[in-house]
Design a protein around this ligand. Sequence first.
Ligand SMILES: [Zn+2]
Length: 359
Amino acid sequence: MSDIAFWGPGDDPALAGFKEALRTEWLRRGYEFVEGSDPSAACVFNFVNPDDPKPFRRRQRSTYVIAVHTVPEAPADVLRHEYPMLVRALANLSMLVVPGDACYFVTPEQGVYSVADPGDIDEWARALFDRIEPLATSRLVIDNRFDTDLEPELWDGDELTEALYRAGRRLDKLGLLPAPFPLEEIVGPDDLRWIKLVYGIGGLSYGNMSARKDDRRYWMSASGVDKSNLREIGRDILMVKDYDAEAGRMILSVPPGIDPRRASVDAIEHWMIYQEHPEVGAIVHVHAWIPGVQATEFNYPCGTAELAGAVADIIREASEPGRCVVGLKNHGLTITGPSLDDIFERIEPVIEVQVPMTA
Ligand SMILES: [Zn+2]
């Protein structure tokens, strides 16, 4: 069973009872606690000093870190208040405890949701465990292996990479590409590098797109690129050719002599969908919303096998898996279609730029 650690200087007396209830609940569910900054911990609660939040420095990327602090009253805009805290503490999740009101969560995808204080601290700890544990134990599949075996006739792309370029222009026109949070203004370059490593994102350029090449392979936008200008093969657009389940990494075909960018963190999700549904020819993932869509139950982090599995489950159950719109809770949409053009024709009239981030 995985290990949990409590860390950090946050010793606000208002949190003492809460901390104990949390510890008791995780122990009751079979987890063990390790002391201090033990690198073997799978999940670390970092009790931060809100005036000077210090990051817990992970030794391994898989360590899930939750920044915790408390205020007597909930701020009017929880996201504005908490997102800088999340970023400065380099956490995977931020947890703002407001006794007598609720515990508010903020995610790197800018989701906000809360678990109300039922008035009984043990009951609260149970509800919080149920909300946190699926996220803390999810598994990132964001490693890449690059093989320089892309066929020479594809080094400059093909009609599918042209379609990806056009789709990126369309996303830009819909207003779905701007970086939603000025990360660089909050953190220094060292921390920014660390964030890219931890979250597996190459900057805050959310969303991704892919187009099927053949039975097994598909073209996909790379991580952290400007999606309004997808041109260079191996850098802006990558050929995903396989998934190594044992090593938990994506395998990509690139031309020789280039310094490839990483694949989008959602490559695993697209992989699962293409494998299971031969009729799917293209997939678009955006941080936007269409009212009334069916959504995943948990807001799993981007790039985890669990998010990919939850999306695949919904698509499997859909009446038309090849033309499906899936809501990713507090996050965005994944849309399948026979082609990129087909997807855009369907979503353009109904898509809303704002994702409902609460509930
Ligand atoms: Zn996303």
